[in-house]
Design a protein around this ligand. Sequence first.
Ligand SMILES: [Zn+2]
Length: 291
Amino acid sequence: MKKSTRLLSLLLVFVLVFALMGSAFAENAATTAAKGEMAGQIVLLHTNDVHGAISGYAKVAALKQAYEAKGAYVLLLDAGDYSQGTVYVSSDKGANAVALMNLAGYDAAAVGNHEFDYGFDQLKTNLSAAKFQVLAANVLYNGKVAFKDNTVFTAPDGTKIGVFGLDTPETATKANPAMIKGVTFGSDAEIIAAAAAQVKALKAAGAKYVVCLGHLGVDTESVGHQSLDVIKAVSGIDLFIDGHSHSVIDGNTNTLISGTTKTKLDAGSTMAKYLASGAKARISSSTRWTR
Ligand SMILES: [Zn+2]
């Protein structure tokens, strides 16, 4: 973990119908909101690796409200590692993070490896208070899904957005094994298979868009279960919201329009190379949010 550059990645992705580009957009959304201006649009806001940078929660809450005030259907998502990093969240073993995420209006979150830092029992207790969906398709407890594998959100126009979660198998060793007995995260092959099964299940449930909330990352040590590995192996994922490696993939806002490839990319970026490889889905980009 790059503590010196601890950051909160705030992402504006997957804005349907209209292109919404530019870093000034967030401010504009708050100050020039015209009611109904974004009616019929779906906006996914997402964070990852917040690591106790709690000041950001008020900001994402305001951003969500700003989009909603303009009539958009907004989902606020987090890709994991919210329970550890500063005293604000570690002082009560991660429970504060869940309370703040409830207040911010999160709709769904993955679990990251650091969610398990205080043990599985503590995590279950913390998440029992969550007003958002907790998604992790590959995390099993005694062979059964420990949290929830996926969920389907339905926009006012009936559009279904399927979201499933994945957590890094590195959790098995990065957390204290004695405190997560009975919890398994799957092999690389099992994670790929789980992702494929989730896409199939969500499509069968009528999802027009399939989103993976993954805490996998793109670190070299993660080869085999990187987000890139999943997307290369599994078709049907429209958007992969990644975490864990604290990577700023494009360094700028990434806007997708109706699932097309109209995506602003920095030449030579991981994303550009990835798309050039012919992959069908894409990983979200992010903007830096330092404390
Ligand atoms: Zn992590």
